[in-house]
Design a protein around this ligand. Structure first.
Ligand code: SAH
Length: 373
């Protein structure tokens, strides 16, 4: 029997088309949408506004199953991290960060990453594959399940914000990310407003304008250095899209205004990019862009080749940025004890060569267990 097709991650139009194959009217798709994304139904039996026979028909062909939790961890500070396994056994991580006035879900867009930023743990894991829209939305569904937030509450949510800052480069998987973001923003479903969604990129310049015109979510740029010489090393993508081009794209970002500032992320690396001269160069570089600078204390990971700047240095850096008129919040590291903080995410998934995959499935066939990955 073929695996049931998941309905999670289909756009509204696709869901209508899918239901048409069963001879069901578009309003059935609307009801389904409501059950899936507003009520969070985990199976078709629960969808009691649909006829029993129709529910049975749906259950035969489709699923609304979430990615499987391989591991769930809770940090001493309340941050939760899930390692999620997808249908093919590949895994990615997702993190919920509760704060007093909000709760942020940090979502992954790829298994592994191609960018190899020198300070990032995910960067030491090769890209295995893109996540599809169902797997990106699936992370939100898992978090909502765990937080008990169904039906989608209007107020007092524990999951108020979404940041595309987990594993992977979202703008190297734009189509799936865009589809997932549109589902998350839908008012009759998960209903997370575009103002509460932030997409973080290392700077895939040609894609930035599309984010602005098609999604209009908040934009965060992983800047981390103020000269091409240093950024070429820390964020190798800079060799393709250097700082001047990146900043020009930010200046042109349509929703950049005082109400919706662009966030520049800047990881504080001891003795590398943390001097007062760096801070002054930074404010010069972004002059005129409505922006805030998010200073991120470097989060360690095993064998990382950097140290975090001292609190004193970070304070002085923040003061210079502040004095120039930019908010410069220092991002409080959250969930470090469970490697859930920025740049610490990694899964054990590896990209196998075709020959290795064949060998694994042959072995699995012999032993009767499914092959991983
Ligand atoms: N690829 C995207 C999104 C993932 S990274 C991007 O580069 O923006 C999310 C943020 O965490 C980025 O700003 C990244 O540079 C930062 N980061 C990566 N490793 C880090 C570490 N070890 N300590 C602190 N921040 C880190």
């Amino acid at each position: 029997m073929p695996a049931p097709k998941t309905l999670i991650g289909l756009s509204r139009e696709e869901l209508v088309a899918e239901m048409a194959t069963l001879g069901a009217e578009p309003f059935r798709a609307r009801q389904l949408w409501h059950w899936i994304y507003h009520r969070g139904a985990r199976d078709f039996v629960a969808m009691t506004t649909l006829a029993k026979s129709f529910r049975a028909q749906l259950a035969e062909r489709y699923s609304v199953a979430r990615p499987v939790e391989s591991r769930a961890q809770v940090s001493g500070d309340g941050t939760r991290k899930w390692l999620l396994a997808f249908a093919d056994g590949q895994e990615a991580e997702c993190v919920h960060i509760p704060e007093e006035d909000r709760g942020t879900l940090c979502v992954s867009s790829q298994v592994g990453c191609t960018l190899t930023c020198k300070f990032c743990h995910t960067g030491t894991q090769r890209l295995v594959r893109n996540l599809d829209a169902s797997e990106i939305v699936g992370q939100i569904m898992v978090a909502r399940d765990a937080l008990g937030e169904w039906p989608s509450p209007k107020d007092d949510r524990q999951l108020t914000n979404i940041v595309l800052m987990g594993m992977g480069e979202p703008l190297y998987n734009y189509d799936n990310v865009a589809k997932a973001v549109k589902i998350a923003m839908d008012h009759e479903g998960l209903s997370v407003s575009k103002r509460k969604i932030t997409l973080s990129t290392a700077g895939v310049v040609p894609m930035i304008a599309r984010v602005g015109s098609e999604l209009a979510v908040n934009l965060a740029i992983s800047l981390h250095a103020v000269t091409d010489e240093l950024r070429d090393v820390l964020v190798p993508l800079n060799k393709k899209y250097p700082i001047a081009e990146l900043i020009a794209a930010c200046r042109a970002y349509p929703s950049a205004s005082n109400a919706r500032r662009i966030t520049f992320e800047y990881v504080m690396l001891k003795g590398i990019n943390d001097s007062p001269a760096d801070a002054r160069a930074l404010v010069k570089l972004i002059a005129g862009i409505p922006a805030k600078i998010n200073l991120i204390p470097f989060n360690r990971w095993p064998d990382a080749p950097f140290e975090c700047a001292t609190d004193d240095t970070i304070g002085k850096f923040a003061d210079i940025v502040n004095a120039a008129g930019y908010a410069s919040p220092v991002r409080t590291p959250r969930g470090r004890d469970i490697l859930a903080a920025c740049g610490q995410l990694k899964s054990a998934s590896v990209k196998l060569k075709a020959s290795e995959r064949l060998k694994q499935s042959a072995e699995a066939a012999i032993s009767g267990t499914p092959a991983a990955g």
